[in-house]
Write a protein of this length. Structure first.
Length: 116
């Protein structure tokens, strides 16, 4: 048995303001804004599957994701696109191949939504 598992535990996203980032991510994911900010710079988003941790300690303009490090799943790509558009989220692509699109969080991190 190998000591390192072939699974991802969590992804860290650099954010400039932990409270604002928590509120934004919880809003677009339809989650209640609860749970504590740990050590003044970490917020663990309650996810199904691989976790997401927002971290203001690792933030710098150079650490912002220029390409999506993962994608969020959807069952309806057009509905997901319209939902983020209605929330005035910065969409950086249209729906590509009827399968995925990219958008930015308020810090400029590139993220992706992909239809399962």
């Amino acid at each position: 048995m190998k000591p390192i598992l072939n699974q991802i535990g969590t992804v860290f996203i650099p954010v400039s303001n932990i409270q604002e980032a928590r509120n934004w991510y919880c809003d677009i994911l339809g989650l209640p804004v609860d749970g504590e900010i740990l050590f003044g710079h970490l917020y663990v988003i309650p996810m199904n599957g691989t976790g997401i941790v927002l971290d203001s300690k690792i933030y710098s303009k150079e650490s912002v994701f220029k390409t999506p490090p993962f994608h969020l799943n959807t069952n309806d790509i057009e509905q997901a696109y319209a939902y983020l558009k209605d929330k005035d989220v910065e969409l950086i692509t249209g729906i590509e191949h009827n399968q995925w699109f990219n958008f930015k969080d308020p810090d400029g991190n590139h993220l992706m939504v992909c239809q399962c």
